[in-house]
Design a protein around this ligand. Structure first.
Ligand SMILES: Nc1ncnc2c1ncn2[C@@H]1O[C@H](COP(=O)(O)OP(=O)(O)OP(=O)(O)O)[C@@H](O)[C@H]1O
Ligand SMILES: [Mg+2]
Length: 248
């Protein structure tokens, strides 16, 4: 069976991905601070509604609506207009950070971790329905992850999140922090990499005396991918990937 792709529209990235993000799948965007995770995810949504007739939902666990909208206008993205046109919805999921440790739901009490996961999934589903979204971004999932100290519990929670997102049939990018950067080979694999359909890693690699921004598709189930790290640039036009150039 051939794979359908949701093109990112980011120059160079779709060819690196072998066509785009596999449609209806959940892909992890891992990156060091300032790597451009938010920019890449925003371009994926903005190109979705401007070029491919696909609405999008942006679920933010950290940045406020105003802050994100203002930052992205620097790249020519007008989320405010897209919101008016119902091509885009912004979900502020940051309140989950302030949930008390135990939450009462009727006569039951549930823990903060379970409640935050359930409420994020619930708001994503509602917003998808509002704009009939085909693309979803959750940025970043790091806060959800840090709540779990038990790896088995974390894996279960991530699988629940991925399963719920798969049910929506939307193509999903989950941004997450890269915990160890600078090394392409000897690095600890992060739990979210196991549960996602694929992973893209954005980091700066030391080359000689300088740092080169590199993007690597380290995993993409069912796809033939180029696993080499490739250089990318961030400019006022957005992100540009150079799929034929080498980092070293
Ligand atoms: N016009 C521009 N030219 C070059 N670089 C730019 C330009 N505008 C923004 N940048 C860079 O792009 C990056 C934007 O990163 P973005 O916020 O998307 O990263 P992030 O990975 O989401 O970061 P964080 O971990 O803080 O969430 C910053 O490193 C910034 O310096
Ligand atoms: Mg960010």
């Amino acid at each position: 069976m051939s794979t359908d792709f949701s093109e990112t529209g980011i120059p160079g990235l779709d060819s690196l991905l072998g066509g785009g993000i596999p449609s209806g799948r959940v892909v992890i965007v891992l990156g060091e601070p300032g790597a451009g995770k938010t920019t890449l995810c925003s371009l994926f949504l903005a190109n979705g509604y401007t070029k491919y007739n696909e609405s999008g939902v942006y679920v933010s666990l950290e940045e406020s609506r105003d802050h994100l909208f203002r930052e992205m206008t620097r790249f020519g993205i007008n989320f405010a207009q897209a919101e008016k046109d119902l091509h885009f919805a912004f979900v502020d999921a940051s309140p989950i950070r302030h949930i008390p440790n135990v939450v009462k739901a009727g006569s039951m009490t549930i823990g903060k971790k379970e409640f935050s996961l359930v409420s994020v999934i619930d708001s994503i589903k509602r917003s998808i329905a509002t704009v009939k979204a085909k693309r979803v971004v959750v940025d970043p999932i790091s806060y959800l992850i840090f709540q779990y100290s038990n790896p088995a519990e974390l894996r279960g929670a991530l699988l629940d999140l991925v399963e719920a997102l798969n049910e929506t049939k939307a193509t999903v990018l989950l941004a997450s922090e890269l915990r160890q950067s600078g090394s392409l080979v000897r690095r600890e694999i992060q739990m979210e990499e196991y549960v996602g359909h694929g992973t893209m890693i954005m980091q700066s690699i030391p080359v000689g005396k300088s740092l080169v921004r590199s993007i690597q598709v380290s995993k993409m189930r069912e796809c033939e991918i180029d696993r080499q790290p490739r250089p990318y640039r961030i400019t006022r036009d957005g992100i540009e990937v150079f799929p034929k150039e080498t980092v070293f």
